[in-house]
Each structure stands twice: as structure tokens, then as C-alpha cells.
Design a protein around this ligand. Structure first.
Ligand SMILES: [Zn+2]
Length: 504
């Protein structure tokens, strides 16, 4: 039975993440926000307009300073973002986040010149710098590759200063969803049930009782419909903005612009979507038919797709049990890897709690020189255990990327981003299957196999896949309907986003 969610203040500390490795309190974060602004100014005073005179050695020194400043910037942005994500009604957290984004915009504008000037250097100088400091080879190559898409430095500067306003669609969406949207209770067979995003996504969509599940879906959808105009408006603002950026930067299509930073060709992107739809849709259809048969449903609806195949075998899994399942699943990777992942418990990487105002999850962020942060809404289910394994895959990837690369090159293309997390889910399945086989428990084994479809397969080839397929249709329309009036010719990859959140 779904319960109303507690307040953030009522949550036990052991089920929350430890933000102390970033900042021990808001005041110290606020201090660093001010320092970042000052440092960005003095960086500009020291280097602006001078890069063309620098030797390769001096250039590398300047890049190192830039890297350190950027790392502080990311850590600060992560802290403010993580603070709000666990309680979007927390006015203090929202204020701090606002202070950060204002400062970030100005600091971003102050630093904008750096990549502009690097782009204008001759190729020989860039090669010498890359030879001196191979850890910046890709950073330099990416700047060079983007050169023809750069705008006039003044335009780039204006865009950087305006970035909090230009990022409004996503912040409005996040805040309205977590802080403003209040779902009324819904009735089912004369009883009132509480409703929220988290309750629907982590509970009602899987409920065995078809009547209750469908009533919950109807109530959830009905309430969401109250917001469809505002959501459509902000979504449209986002995609139109992307199209405008694409045009300004001289890309023929919004797809080329969006795929550029992911280093993926349009052909690869289309092939990926088309092939998945063609070859994997029949498997999903078979799964839907199996569920329909199992639940003896006359018609199979969207609201029935997340129901579990073996509801009579769905033991509750506590956080403590989850820790030992993960421990066992990671053993096959060897001690070093396992030890790295298992630090999640001791160092409190994970925010397990469910509370009012918390963002839906899961997601993982790995700020530079800090521990990973994973947001979950733990509901004691096997499915949540898969989400934990998944997010720990992102965490491990983030940690290893940080360890072996400069912070300027530790990001990855989104095309690879789900590989380690999906692999972690497979490790979990493998370990649970081995255990069931050792116990001679066929039912348990079948439950794990079903969980692989319900989680690993569904997550990648239904949920995210359908989002991607839908997104392509939207961008096709945007490409077709927006005029491509010419706007000043192109600069720098816009000041990188301060949060490196990897959505589950
Ligand atoms: Zn993921």
C-alpha cells in the first residue's frame, strides 16, 4: 500500500548521500561561488588577447589553470544541483542554485575568450602543446574541429551571459514537476489513494491489481493533462532554441548540430533507431502478449506494460540486502574494481530516501575530484536493485574516466554512456542466476530472467528507445518547419553545462 511521502527532514541520514566531500555547508559553497567569479576575472586579465604570443609551454600552463578553475566550477554546480534535487521545495537550496547559475553565466562569459583564442592559434602550435601535454590532445582537437561553427566572440559572450535564461525550459520543467505539481488523491473502489510522480513510477505502474493499476494510470494522466499546454510550450521553446543555435552555427540541420558533440554521424544515428525498431519491437510485442496471458487481460494497455511477470515471487529487498547483492555481483570483476564500487556504502554515494519534493530518479553525477552521487527513490523492489546496479555502473565509469583523463577530457559521448551501466545490470543478473542455480531454485531463476526483461531490456529498448524515436520525429518537424534565415556566421562550444548528470 502506497504511503504519503515523508518530509526531507524526517529522512534517516544513513539513507542520504554525503555532500561533505563537496562542501560541508551552504556558506562554504557560497564563498567558492564568489571566488570562482573573481578567479574567472583574473584569469581573463592574465590571458585575454595574449594567447597568440604564447609559447606551447605557456599555453599548456594556461590550460592547467583553466582546468583547475573549471573543476571547481563543476564541483560547485554539482553541489547546488544535488542540494535541490533531494528537495525542490527547499527555498535555501533554490536560492543557492540561483546564485550559482547567475555567477556561472558571468564566469562563463569571462572565460569565453579562452577557447576562442585557442581556436585561432595555428595548427603547429596546437600540435606542439598536445605533444607537451598529451592529456589535452582531445580538448585541443575538439576546439579546432568546432572552429568553423564559432560565432563572433561578442555573440558568444552574450549567449554565455544569457545562459540562465536560455536554460529556462529545463529548469521550469524540473521545478514545476517536483515543486509545484500536487496530485490529488484518487479513488478506487471507495478508497482514497495518494498519488505523486514517484509513487506512480515506482509503485502503481507495477501493481498486480489491474483495476487499481489502471485507475492509478488514469488519475496520473488526468492530472498531467492539466499541465500539457505549459509543458508543450517549454518543450517547444527548447527545441526551437536548439534549431536556432544550429542555424546560427552553420549546421544544415538540428540533428547535425546535436550529434556533433556526441561524435556520431547522422547515418549511424538513423540506423540505430531504425534497426532497433525493426528487430526488437517483435520481442517487446511477445513480452506484452505474455503479460496479457498471465494476467488474463482482454485488452493489453500501455498501463499494463510495467507489471511484473511473477508477482507472487517478489520479495522485498532492503537497502542492506541490496548492498550484499551488489557485492556478490561485482566479485567477478576482481578485487580492485569491486572495492572501488563498494565504497558506495561507506562513503554514502547514494540517496536512497523517498521524500516529498525529491526528484524522480535514478541518476548519477560524478563531480571532479569528489565521490559519485546517485539519486534513487528506494522502494524495496528487485527493480530498484537493478537501478542501483545500473547507476553504480555510471559511477564506476565516471571515477575511472576522472582517474585516467584530464577533467577537460573526462566526458564521454552519450552513445557510450549506457554501456557500463547496462553491463552492471548484466553482472547482477549473472550473479543472481548463479545463486538460484546453486540453490536449485528454478522459480528464483525464472524471476531473474523476467527481471532482465522488465529492467535491462525495458529500460534500454523500450523506455529510452521510444523517447529517442519520438525525439527524432520532433526534430524532423522542427527542421522542416523552422526557417533557416541566415544569422551571423559562426565559436566555441558554448560554456559547458555545469552539471554532468547522467540520467538513468
Ligand atoms: Zn543510465
Amino acid at each position: 500500500m502506497a504511503q504519503k511521502l515523508p518530509k526531507r527532514s524526517q529522512v534517516k541520514q544513513e539513507y542520504t548521500w554525503n555532500l561533505d566531500t563537496l562542501f560541508t555547508n551552504d556558506e562554504s559553497c557560497r564563498r567558492v561561488i564568489k571566488e570562482i567569479l573573481e578567479e574567472s576575472k583574473s584569469f581573463a586579465e592574465d590571458h585575454q588577447g595574449k594567447l597568440h604570443k604564447y609559447s606551447a609551454e605557456d599555453l599548456v600552463k594556461a590550460i592547467r589553470k583553466f582546468e583547475a578553475l573549471l573543476a571547481r566550477f563543476y564541483r560547485t554546480g554539482s553541489y547546488t544541483n544535488l542540494r535541490t534535487s533531494t528537495n525542490m521545495e527547499d527555498q535555501e537550496a533554490l536560492r543557492l542554485s540561483g546564485e550559482f547559475s547567475q555567477t556561472a553565466a558571468i564566469a562563463g562569459a569571462n572565460l569565453q575568450f579562452f577557447q576562442d583564442e585557442i581556436a585561432a592559434l595555428d595548427a603547429k602550435k596546437l600540435d606542439q602543446a598536445a605533444e607537451l601535454a598529451p592529456e589535452y590532445k582531445t580538448f585541443l582537437a575538439d576546439i579546432a574541429a568546432f572552429q568553423k561553427h564559432r560565432l563572433d566572440p561578442k555573440v558568444e559572450n552574450a549567449l554565455a551571459i544569457l545562459s540562465p535564461s536560455l536554460e529556462l525550459p529545463s529548469s521550469v520543467y524540473r521545478i514545476s514537476k517536483a515543486a509545484d505539481m500536487r496530485f490529488p488523491d484518487f479513488d478506487y473502489e471507495g478508497k482514497a489513494y495518494p498519488m505523486s510522480y514517484v509513487l506512480y513510477e515506482s509503485h502503481y505502474c507495477e501493481v498486480e491489481d489491474t483495476g487499481l493499476r489502471r485507475a492509478a494510470f488514469a488519475a496520473f494522466s488526468k492530472h498531467l493533462k492539466n499541465y500539457h499546454n505549459i509543458n508543450a510550450t517549454i518543450y517547444n521553446a527548447q527545441v526551437q532554441k536548439e534549431k536556432t543555435y544550429a542555424t546560427m552555427r552553420g549546421f544544415d540541420s538540428v540533428f547535425d548540430y546535436l550529434l556533433f558533440r556526441q561524435k556520431v554521424s547522422r547515418d549511424q544515428y538513423d540506423r540505430h533507431l531504425d534497426l532497433t525498431m525493426e528487430r526488437l519491437a517483435p520481442i517487446m510485442q511477445r513480452w506484452a502478449r505474455l503479460l496479457q496471458k498471465k494476467y488474463k487481460l482482454d485488452d493489453m494497455r500501455y498501463s499494463d506494460l510495467k507489471v511484473v511477470l511473477m508477482p507472487d515471487y517478489n520479495p522485498a529487498i532492503s537497502v542492506e540486502e541490496a548492498v550484499s547483492h551488489i557485492d556478490e555481483a561485482m566479485q567477478v570483476m576482481g578485487e580492485e574494481y569491486r572495492d572501488m564500487v563498494m565504497r558506495f556504502k561507506e562513503e554514502r554515494w547514494v540517496d536512497f530516501a523517498r521524500n516529498e519534493g525529491k526528484s524522480t530518479g535514478g541518476f548519477c553525477t560524478v563531480p571532479p575530484k569528489a565521490q559519485p552521487y546517485i539519486l534513487l527513490n528506494w522502494n524495496d523492489s528487485l527493480s530498484e536493485l537493478y537501478t542501483l546496479a545500473h547507476e553504480l555502473g555510471h559511477a564506476a565509469q565516471g571515477l575511472l574516466c576522472e582517474k585516467h583523463n584530464s577533467s577537460l577530457e573526462a566526458d564521454f559521448t552519450w552513445y557510450d554512456v549506457e554501456a557500463p551501466s547496462t553491463f552492471h545490470e548484466m553482472l547482477l543478473s549473472y550473479s543472481l542466476i548463479k545463486k538460484a542455480e546453486a540453490e536449485g531454485d528454478d522459480k528464483k531463476k525464472a524471476r531473474v530472467l523476467a527481471a532482465m526483461i522488465e529492467n535491462t531490456y525495458y529500460h534500454n529498448f523500450v523506455t529510452h528507445f521510444l523517447e529517442a524515436y519520438y525525439q527524432r520525429e520532433v526534430y524532423r518537424l522542427v527542421d522542416r518547419t523552422t526557417t533557416t534565415a541566415s544569422i551571423p556566421t559562426p565559436t566555441v562550444p558554448a560554456w559547458s553545462s555545469p552539471q554532468r548528470c547522467i540520467r538513468g
